[in-house]
Design a protein around this ligand. Structure first.
Ligand code: K7E
Ligand code: CUA
Length: 678
């Protein structure tokens, strides 16, 4: 029987000479006689056939399984997804193509397993510093924030390619941005960005990670004392801000002193992307609600969603950040500790332009060569593709249609659009492969549309054409192609991030999981390989990076403080354990190893300030210990080599049996001690 194209593909996926399973009839075909492949033993094919029958798997299911299966113990995931966790305030790390969850990184929310925010100074400080009562007075009244709505992760880049050093992610709810070090996959910094009350999709790194960008979503009320009548005069009282957070090249941390913002009109700035190659030095932000509708539906006013959809066009913001970087040095003013280039200066210096975007725009994505910029209009069935050459020419020729009410030049739509592709209903976000295709998510259609870009990829009537469409399940938001927003997309797989899963999974109560769908891009037609339920929040954007770009540590050099990634001055070596009385309490230097805490008795007086320095002196990968004190809300993870300090006031009398929370050894249950507060 001749093999179909798919069977051949499957054979290739299974390894040369390996088993080929599948085909229209479900027949199992054994490997060749001469193969030396591990899976080629005679008779295995028959067994696989029986399993497929018993489990009622169709031939194409078997092919899918082969394309995504990872044999036990093997590392066959070619890519990692770094997905925002949405309401969970976390980042999810998922292997591709297996779609196995590898890690959940605690970012804005306390995470008990990692001891993120439960007493360890390293993470408590990060969370605490992530709320700044100085630039946001409300924080002083409401206290530190303990959650975030993570939306848009941004991997660091070198020359427009992911470099696997750091990842940044925003908090949609509170206008914050966090940084995770990919050496240990831990959050090192949360910045409460001045002048940003909220933030959305403006998160990306510039091509050499000079800056990570974050902009406002709902505009910021500039003077909080004017809140009473602010909404009635929205256009004067509110502003948007595009923030360029300078990245320290050694640590990956954001440095406020070197960062700057550009004041924007109070349109709702939405997604953003960095230019690259042809458009290097530029930044694009789409916006909606240029109507500046603020609602009032109970009092007979227009509901916000109606008011915000009145105009046929909103505005793409086109920002020359390289120029802005220079202007920020001399012509900015400092607001809440941040250098801000005022709107009029941004206009007069030629930093800021607008271009019309079709109805209810969402998503702006720059193609790998930097030439094309794709925008989806949720209420327009087209993807609109702008060209940077056309944009810069139009700017040079002052080819403006008008100025907006803030005096910003608006480019003529026809002068800057390279092509429009009729893709379907509700286009949102675009990703790319290396061959000049764009993949755009269609929220209303519940589909992914594949289209062609223009020159140099496609010419004449081959350009800007819809070439394939794949139904997904259901209501797709973002999508991600592997390395699909870099200068060198890897293609191969795409993941559709679907908002609704309705009937795709067993019923687990009234709140249903989101659905990540893995799509095979290698064939002529896109094809769904597997569904992955996400039951922890609503991810928005995700980036997919080649797994071999990540060079994570397995253990810390012994005594490392994860916050500094350097030796902690209080790290304790075996034999150096001690307890000292201080002026106001007790200070303890302890070691942690299989299977003991030393010291295993700590005696303090009620009211003492207790400072514990604990070092896991293990050098074996995975030899993690936990340290938990009942009733004191202390719960710390001590990874191999990690040094941690925790401080608390012993204000409750009694004996508290602290214990190791990781089943680390045969004597794990014995790994405990006593805190005696008398
Ligand atoms: Cu489209 Cu927040 Cu990126 Cu959600 S946003 S989908
Ligand atoms: Cu250490 Cu259990």
């Amino acid at each position: 029987m001749p093999l179909s194209r798919r069977e051949l593909l499957t054979g290739a996926a299974a390894g040369a000479g390996g088993l080929v399973i599948g085909g229209v009839t479900g027949t199992v075909i054994g490997g060749g006689e001469d193969d030396g492949g591990a899976g080629a033993a005679t008779g295995l094919g028959g067994q696989a056939d029986a399993v497929a029958k018993a489990r009622d798997l169709k031939p194409e299911d078997v092919t899918r399984a082969l394309k995504t299966f990872v044999p036990p113990g093997e590392h066959k995931d070619e890519f990692f997804l770094f997905a925002s966790g949405g309401h969970s305030g976390q980042i999810l790390v998922i292997g591709v193509p297996s779609m196995r969850l590898l890690k959940v990184i605690g970012v804005f929310s306390p995470e008990p397993w990692q001891g993120h925010g439960y007493g360890a100074d390293s993470s408590d400080l990060v969370i605490k510093q992530g709320t700044d009562p100085k630039n946001k007075p409300v924080s002083a009244a409401r206290g530190p924030l303990t959650w975030g709505d993570t939306h848009h992760p941004a991997l660091s880049e070198t020359k427009g390619e992911y470099d696997g050093r750091w990842i940044y992610i925003n908090d949609r709810a509170n206008g914050r941005i966090a940084m995770v070090d990919l050496r240990d996959f831990k959050t090192k910094q949360i910045v409460d960005v001045p002048n940003l009350d909220s933030s959305h999709g403006g998160v990306f790194c510039t091509p050499n990670s000079e800056y990570v960008h974050i902009s406002t979503m709902s505009p910021t009320l500039v003077d909080p004392t004017k809140a009473a009548n602010a909404l009635e005069n929205f256009k004067d009282n509110f502003r948007g801000y595009s923030s360029f957070m300078a990245i320290d090249q050694k640590t990956g941390r954001m440095d406020l002193a070197k960062s700057f913002q550009i004041e924007l009109p109070p349109y709702t700035q939405d997604l953003a992307d960095s230019g690259k190659l042809a458009s290097d030095g530029w930044v694009f932000i789409n916006s909606y609600n240029s109507e500046m509708a603020a609602g009032g539906n109970l009092d007979g006013g227009k509901p916000i969603e109606v008011g915000a959809s009145a105009n046929d066009f909103d505005f793409m913001h086109i920002i020359n950040w390289k120029k802005a970087e220079t202007v920020a040095q001399s012509k900015s003013k400092v607001i809440n500790g941040m250098r801000v280039i005022p709107l009029d200066v941004a206009v007069s210096e030629g930093i800021l332009y607008l271009a019309p975007e079709p109805k209810s725009p969402h998503g702006v994505d720059v193609a790998p060569n930097g030439q094309y910029i794709s925008v989806g209009g949720k209420l327009d069935p087209h993807g609109t593709i702008y060209s940077i050459d056309k944009i810069t020419t139009a700017i040079k020729n002052s080819d403006f249609e008008k100025k907006d009410q803030y005096g910003i030049p608006v480019l003529k739509l026809d002068s800057v659009v390279a092509g429009r592709v009729e893709v379907g209903l509700g286009p949102l976000h675009t990703q790319y492969d290396a061959e000049g295709h764009g993949y755009i998510s269609l929220f209303l259609d519940s589909a992914v549309a594949k289209f062609t870009l223009g020159e140099p990829y496609f010419k004449g009537d081959q350009a800007f054409k819809l070439v394939d469409k794949l139904p997904v399940h259901y209501n797709i938001g973002h999508l991600v192609a592997m390395e699909g927003d870099t200068v060198k997309p890897a293609g191969k797989y795409l993941v559709a991030l679907n908002k609704w899963s309705i009937d795709r999974f067993p019923v687990v109560g009234t709140l249903k999981p989101q659905n990540f769908q893995l799509v095979d891009l290698t064939g002529e037609k896109m094809e769904i390989l597997t569904d992955m339920p996400i039951g922890i929040g609503e991810p928005h954007y995700t980036q997919g990076i080649r797994a071999d770009r990540i060079k994570a540590w397995e253990v810390y050099p012994v005594g490392t403080n994860p916050l500094t990634m350097e030796k902690d001055p209080n790290a304790t070596a075996k034999g150096g354990e001690k307890i000292s009385r201080t002026a106001d309490g007790v200070e303890v230097w302890g070691t942690v190893t299989r299977s003991q805490f030393k010291p295993d008795q700590i005696r303090v007086k009620k009211g003492d300030k207790v400072t514990l320095h604990l070092t896991n002196i293990e050098t074996t990968p995975d030899a993690t210990h936990g340290f938990s004190i009942p009733r004191y809300n202390v719960n710390i993870s001590l990874d191999p080599g990690e040094a941690v300090t925790t401080e608390f006031v012993a204000d409750a009398q009694g004996t508290f049996a602290y214990y190791c929370t990781e089943f680390c050894s045969a004597l794990h249950l014995e790994m405990q001690g006593w805190l005696v507060v008398s």
